[in-house]
Design a protein around this ligand. Structure first.
Ligand SMILES: Nc1ncnc2c1ncn2[C@@H]1O[C@H](COP(=O)(O)OP(=O)(O)OP(=O)(O)O)[C@@H](O)[C@H]1O
Length: 312
């Protein structure tokens, strides 16, 4: 039997004026899961995260967290939720330790447990060396760590992170992703992002949201399958002729990109990779690259949306 979900959102909708930002969205998250919320800018991710965290009332729908109805019992339900908004709520004139002290009180952590909670959040988020620095003087990456620390300080069951790597440089992005992996060992995580590889790196399951509606809800593996295009990019060290490959079973078409580079389109049921490699070895073709191509996220959106249309 499937265990009770940790968080269950049913038929959530939210309007801004006559515009529908989130349209009848339902989903669940179970213990230990990292759920990716993937969608382009304006798709309704932040609006959904704000509703899940109890910071924005839905116009319709229900949110149950750890068995508690968020709309009926916001205080109890919110105790199970940690939330990092798109723009972190930091007080830049406080030190890291002072700010987390404030957050511990805000989250109604017992006085005798506050210090342990703060120390643990500082330690887990790699803030030990900067705990006495003013937040305003920290790099964006470290400010984001503080944002994550305030989201986990009360040991919530579910941590909601809204675009946690946006605006960071590549090194900071790598560090924050590692921190999210660590966080996911102890909490269920809902991660909103418009970056597909981020979802592929961090999440177990992905939901794609577009124009306020959920278009896809499946495992990362299922998404990767959808991403798989039926084409390969080939490069050779020496000039090559497309004709030499055309007879290989499965190959339907070859684009000659240069004397050295080709795009091979194949029938989805017959991947010619093995045959190509065999031929390359037998004929001493100096193959320097053979790369399966992926659809772009935009292509996958289009495919998913078209499938929905034909299914309906
Ligand atoms: N406070 C608001 N007032 C009016 N419209 C809003 C408000 N907040 C969001 N919207 C609209 O709702 C839609 C969804 O916005 P939302 O911020 O949830 O998208 P998003 O997927 O998080 O994108 P982004 O990454 O750009 O924040 C957009 O069309 C946006 O303009």
């Amino acid at each position: 039997m499937m265990k009770e979900p940790l968080l269950q959102a049913s038929e959530l909708s939210r309007y801004f004026g006559t515009e529908v930002a989130v349209n009848n969205v339902s989903f669940t998250i179970h213990k230990g899961e990292v759920l990716g919320f993937l969608g382009p800018n304006g798709a309704g991710k932040s609006t959904t995260m704000r509703m899940l965290s109890g910071n924005l009332a839905p116009d319709n729908g229900q949110i149950i967290i750890n068995g508690v109805d968020l709309l009926d019992h916001p205080k109890q339900a919110k105790a199970h939720i940690g939330y990092l908004p798109e723009t972190p709520p930091l007080y830049k004139e406080l030190t890291v330790a002072e700010f987390l002290q404030f957050c511990a009180r805000l989250n109604a952590i017992d006085k005798q447990h506050q210090k342990a909670a703060i120390d643990s959040a500082i330690e887990r988020c790699g803030l030990t060396n900067v705990s006495n620095r003013l937040i305003g003087n920290l790099s964006k990456g470290f400010q984001q760590r503080v944002g994550i620390a305030q989201a986990i300080i009360h040991s919530p069951a579910v941590v909601i992170l809204d675009e946690p790597t946006s605006g960071l440089d590549p090194i900071q992005i790598r560090e924050i992703r590692q921190l999210i992996r660590d966080i996911a060992n102890e909490h269920s995580v809902i991660l909103s992002t418009h970056i597909l590889p981020e979802v592929q790196m961090l999440c177990d399951r992905v939901q794609i949201i577009s124009h306020g509606q959920l278009m896809f809800n499946d495992s990362i593996d299922a998404l990767s399958q959808k991403m798989q295009a039926s084409s390969l990019l080939l490069a050779f060290e020496q000039p090559m002729l497309a004709e030499k490959m055309r007879h290989i079973p499965g190959i339907e078409n070859i684009d000659t990109l240069s004397d050295y580079r080709f795009r091979v389109h194949y029938h989805p049921d017959t991947n010619p990779t093995q045959s190509l490699l065999q031929l390359a070895v037998n004929n001493a073709w100096q193959l320097s690259m053979l790369m399966p191509e992926q659809h772009s996220l935009e292509d996958v959106f289009m495919k998913i949306i078209q499938n929905e249309d034909t299914d309906a």
